[in-house]
Ligand binder design. Structure first.
Ligand code: GAR
Length: 211
């Protein structure tokens, strides 16, 4: 059984989608813990109610990113993860932390990377007049919102969309591709081709086009 540790900062809907898919589909994996940098993260209650261990490492209690990341790593390592899953975890991580979990830490970002790294992705996509938007699951490297792409979903931008409407359409796609991506990892279905990631079992599509 692969051990997953999921890091959240808030609502935790992607974490929920992963927890539910893991149980419903019988993955060879267990969610060992959900860890938040915010004590008030709503997702902690969902995890606790499912009997999943929870922990909080409050970034406000640490004087530097290095000190916070050191404690976060200590807590995460305490759950012996095979895979660390960032699910709406809104902290910039130090190179030391990303190196520690190289090739075993995933992130989801609500844009079609490499476009719109960072914050306010939907507002920026609308301001640019983008005709499609989407979401990316990728392995984490020291560079923010970069790293090998596991899966992307593309959704249309509809006339009259505001950021909230677009975010909701993208979030529905997130809940499809993040569980799929994590499942591939726990099933060892992904292979590295240099710095890229390919699906090596029957070539399942790593893209989802929604309309
Ligand atoms: C999601 O839309 C996720 O893609 C985004 O935060 C939201 C978290 O929602 N992540 C980032 O912006 C990371 N840079 P959730 O807590 O309901 O999963």
């Amino acid at each position: 059984m692969k051990r997953l540790v999921i890091l959240i900062s808030g609502r935790g809907s992607n974490m929920e989608a992963i927890v539910q898919a893991c149980a419903a589909e019988g993955w060879p994996a267990t969610v060992a813990a959900v860890v938040s940098n915010r004590p008030d993260a709503a997702g902690l209650a969902f995890a606790a109610a499912r009997g999943i261990a929870t922990a909080v490492v409050d970034h406000k209690a640490y004087g530097s990113r290095e000190a916070f990341d050191a404690e976060l790593a200590r807590v995460v390592d305490g759950f012996s993860p095979d895979l660390v899953v960032l699910a709406g975890f809104m902290r910039i991580l130090t190179p030391g932390f990303t190196a520690r979990y190289a090739r075993r830490m995933l992130n989801i970002h609500p844009s079609l990377l490499p476009a719109f790294t960072g914050l306010h992705t939907h507002e920026r996509a609308l301001a640019m007049g983008c005709k499609v938007a989407g979401v990316t699951v990728h392995f984490v490297t020291a560079e923010l919102d970069h790293g090998a792409i596991v899966m992307q979903a593309v959704v249309p931008v509809q006339p009259g969309d505001d950021a909230q409407a677009l975010a909701a359409r993208v979030l529905a796609a997130e809940h499809r591709i993040y569980p799929q991506s994590v499942r591939w990892c726990v099933e060892d279905a992904l292979a590295w081709d240099g710095d890229a990631v390919v699906h090596h079992r029957g070539g399942a599509p790593q893209q989802l086009l929604l309309d």
